[in-house]
Design a protein around this ligand. Structure first.
Ligand code: NAI
Length: 257
């Protein structure tokens, strides 16, 4: 396993924090040349420092994934400096505000859809031609358990994440015979800075969620990232258009007697 990404070029968005950072570090530890993109430059610098300390090769780019021009520029850079693309992990995302649909402002809805869903569309547009030129590869898009459920007060988030899996399926269908595998990663309650911030805002809800998770704990970013890396590796060579749910059993359904 150790160096199975040797010679491969991997792009990870949202790599300045949480799941994306862990994935970028795991790809790098397995030999990939990683392009880490995020809006948060400080976070990217930290990711780069950890990768470099471990002997990895990781370049950083400050990019707004919802901006077409910036996304195009990122992949031009990847082509110029990396020379190829083997795997993309479209992972950047935001939760957005929480309120009932009748109170949810249009602008906030549009913003969440742009950052969580349109970004994946913009990314895939750039990635497919590059992956084809490299002889194939993989795309993994981060959704959420909210792509399977209807969390109250989170209309924009749940709609965006359901949409991510729809896009994944279409991209997987369009590219399965061309050597490009596209899959969705659906994390459950993962203890990243985003979740910590939400928990601080609403501790009672955070406690309730943990009780409701069959594993009785949140996931670690590294546990979620490992699934993204697996979906990007040759070990998952026959997995296409699927949503891999990594949630401590949160969406099993049913109940324990
Ligand atoms: P995080 O907040 O630690 O990391 C998200 C990163 O995305 C941040 O570094 C942020 O700067 C970046 N980002 C936000 N908007 C961006 C933009 N427009 N352009 C570029 N970068 C941008 O959160 P986490 O948990 O690591 O989130 C990663 C993905 O996992 C997200 O798509 C999130 O929706 C999803 N997810 C997270 C869960 C959790 O419990 N933490 C559960 C289910 C899904």
């Amino acid at each position: 396993m150790a160096n199975d990404f040797d010679g491969k070029v991997v792009v990870v968005t949202g790599a300045g924090s949480g799941i994306g950072r862990e994935a970028a570090l795991q790809f790098s530890a397995r030999g990939a040349y990683v392009f880490a993109a995020d809006l948060n430059e400080t976070g990217l610098n930290d990711t780069q420092r950890v990768a470099a300390d471990a002997g990895g090769r990781l370049d950083i780019s400050v990019v707004d994934v919802s901006d077409e021009v910036q996304v195009e520029a990122l992949f031009h850079l990847v082509e110029k400096d990396g020379g190829r693309l083997d795997a993309a992990f479209n992972n950047a995302g935001v939760t957005g505000r929480t309120s009932r649909i009748e109170d949810y402002p249009d602008d906030d809805f549009d913003r969440v859809i742009r950052i969580n869903l349109k970004s994946v569309f913009l990314g895939i547009k750039q990635q497919v031609p590059l992956l084809l030129r490299s002889g194939g590869g993989t795309i993994v898009n981060t959704a959420s358990v909210a792509a399977l459920t209807g969390p109250g007060d989170m209309s924009a988030y749940a709609a965006s994440k359901h949409g991510v899996h729809g896009l994944t399926r279409v991209a997987a269908m369009e590219n399965a015979a061309r050597g490009i595998r596209v899959n969705t990663l659906a994390p459950g309650w993962t203890e990243t800075p985003m979740v910590a911030a939400n928990s601080a805002q609403n501790p009672a809800f955070a406690e309730l969620v943990k009780k409701a998770i069959p594993a009785k704990r949140g996931g670690q970013p590294s546990e979620i990232a490992a699934a993204a890396v697996w979906l990007s590796s040759s070990e998952s060579s026959y997995v296409m258009g699927q949503m891999i749910v990594v949630d401590g059993g949160m969406t099993i359904g049913g109940f324990e007697i």
